[in-house]
Design a protein around this ligand. Structure first.
Ligand code: DCM
Ligand code: MG
Length: 225
């Protein structure tokens, strides 16, 4: 981004998918958790002085039929499968889902910054592919913050793991809840963010990318299979 941006709302984003990038994954679940910067600046602390999730947050979680087979690993870790999504009559990520997402983002105070852990390599490019598939998009000036390089940069530390679960355990000394469900991971990311919110918001103001810079993971014209 050219000039520092005082983002008003941070939207924690996580996608569950049929597999990893070499498999040209498709989205199977999306979760967005939107929090105003005011609630991030002064979180309530519990008795052990750990930040609590803010009382005021908006959530959108959608399960979608990916219309592509899950890899065995993706099925195992997410608990989602082609059979169960089909049995529960979930439509694909269609224009109605894209519209719901747009409407959700539009009701947040702007400027809005999407936040995803490893988002620049995974969630943002894949979301761009999925939106492209249904001829939809987000405003190009939407901010995109990847907490993985952000936390690494703030720590200036070379040799520790920055996987989401590991970062959470370092801050909270317990396991995250709901790992590999989109909402569980988005809420885990929110708690990680709260542990260093002032620094991460300052980092985002200078270093966040814009949605318009995000390249799709792959061309959606190609066959899903
Ligand atoms: N994923 C995978 N194999 C892994 C880790 C992740 O196929 N070992 C895929 C499936 C997940 C998606 O990436 O739905 C997102 O990962 P996460 O659940 O960590 O957000
Ligand atoms: Mg996840």
């Amino acid at each position: 981004m050219a000039s520092p941006q005082e983002f008003q709302t941070f939207v924690f984003l996580d996608l569950e998918t049929t597999g990893l990038p070499p498999d040209r994954p498709c989205m199977a679940e999306l979760s967005l958790v939107a929090v105003h910067r005011r609630s991030l600046q002064c979180p309530t602390l519990d008795l052990s002085r750990s930040p609590q999730p803010p009382r005021i947050l908006d959530k959108l979680t959608l399960c979608v039929d990916p219309q592509k087979p899950f890899t065995a690993k993706a099925e195992e870790i997410t608990g989602l499968s082609n059979r169960t999504l089909e049995e529960d009559c979930k439509p694909g990520f269609d224009s109605a889902a894209a519209e719901a997402m747009r409407a959700f983002l539009d009701r947040q105070a702007g400027p809005v910054c999407l936040v995803a852990h490893n988002g620049l390599c995974f969630d943002f490019p894949l979301l761009r592919t999925e939106l492209w598939r249904v001829n939809a998009d987000l405003p190009p000036d939407t901010g995109c913050l990847d907490t993985l390089p952000a936390l690494k940069d703030l720590d200036q530390a070379a040799s520790k793991s920055y996987r989401l679960g590991e970062v959470f355990r370092r801050f909270y000394e317990r396991d995250p809840v709901g790992a590999h469900s989109a909402e569980g991971d988005a809420l885990t990311l929110l708690l990680v963010f709260l542990a260093r919110a002032p620094e991460l918001m300052d980092w985002a103001a200078v270093n966040a990318r814009s949605w318009g810079e995000i390249k799709p993971m792959y061309s959606p014209q190609s066959n899903r299979l």
